[in-house]
Design a protein around this ligand. Structure first.
Ligand code: ADP
Length: 306
């Protein structure tokens, strides 16, 4: 019942200050912290924390952040045996500035993440073939991710693609049919379809429109509103759980981790959507990226013991 993530891993370096400095200005901040990030790593940590065996396939660089990233992802219970140290590259990082009101500016530098290629798919072949669910995003080369998808699908596994970030050139038609479940948020849905969903009804229509493009199942994530799904198993809008949100970073990643954990355990899509929603909601109740992923006990409690 294992989950595999083929994707990005970053170290997030976050600086906190009263305000975001102007161009050319040097400003004293109040604190900084480093943490594990990258959509791939976040999704892997979220699935692993829900008790599902989860492996990560990706690359870190040859710098000091590489050890930190490897130590952290393994510390969260993810099997990092297929994390390659690419000595010709730097570990991916996100440099984040946060002001007193919680607003942020972010630079993401892909580094080693941008170098995933056919050799990564090859070395991960047995793992990809025995995975019940493969999670993909677009922070690593899409061509490599689709090659990984083909391995998992040929062996009967399920592939979930989070089309994030949407490439400036958009997403080719064959991408929709190369995966089983597509999970854009509202902004990404707008970029894919040309209209941004604003309501639950819009989200459901968007999910149908994504299916018309070729997606077998589409899930449209709508932040604090909830998420819509449409697929061969049916369709519905799943309202968000009511929580005290303090930081929505990685909510979508935790949602996908929860979805994968549910599906890998054999839950129906409707049940896995509830698990995903609870995981995403709980992630908003704490700061940070991977570190915001909730435990199985927390998710069970929010689901009401179901
Ligand atoms: P992303 O992080 O990719 O932008 P969203 O913000 O849409 O994704 O969040 C993904 C899912 O997490 C939502 O569909 C919802 O189920 C849950 N979620 C996000 N924000 C909240 C919130 N403020 N309260 C409760 N649940 C939330």
């Amino acid at each position: 019942m294992s989950v595999t993530v083929f994707g990005s891993i970053n170290i997030d370096v976050t600086a906190y200050a009263e305000r975001i400095p102007a161009i050319g200005e040097t400003l004293h901040g109040t604190a900084y912290k480093t943490g594990l990030g990258g959509k791939g790593a976040n999704q892997a940590v979220a699935a692993a924390r829900l008790g599902v065996p989860t492996a990560f396939v990706g690359r870190v660089g040859g710098d000091g952040f590489a050890d930190e990233a490897a130590r952290q992802i393994a510390g969260y219970g993810v099997d990092a045996g297929l994390l390659l140290r690419d000595r010709d590259a730097a570990t991916g990082i996100a440099v984040i500035g946060v002001d007193a009101e919680g607003r942020n500016v972010i630079w993401v530098i892909a580094g080693a993440n941008g170098r995933l290629d056919a050799t990564d798919v090859e070395r991960a072949q047995p793992q990809l073939a025995r995975s019940k669910v493969l999670l993909l995003q677009i922070e690593v080369p899409l061509e490599s991710s689709l090659a990984a998808a083909a391995v998992t699908r040929a062996a009967g596994g399920l592939v979930v693609l989070d089309p994030a970030p949407v490439p400036p050139s958009g997403v080719a038609d064959q991408v929709y049919t190369a995966v089983d479940i597509l999970t854009p948020n509202e902004v990404e849905t707008g970029m894919l379809l040309g209209t941004t969903p604003r309501t639950a009804d819009d989200a459901l229509s968007s999910a149908r429109a994504l299916r018309a493009r070729g997606a077998r199942t589409a899930i449209v994530k709508m932040g604090a509103l909830g998420a819509a799904y449409s697929g061969p198993e049916g369709e519905a809008f799943v309202p968000a759980f009511k929580v005290q949100a303090v930081d929505t970073v990685a909510a979508g990643d935790c949602f996908n981790g929860g979805l994968a954990a549910g599906l890998a355990q054999g839950l129906s899509l409707a049940e896995a959507m509830r698990m995903a929603s609870a995981t995403g909601a709980l992630a908003t109740t704490r700061q940070g990226s991977a570190e915001a992923a909730p435990t199985l006990a927390e998710v069970r409690k929010l689901l009401g013991g179901s």
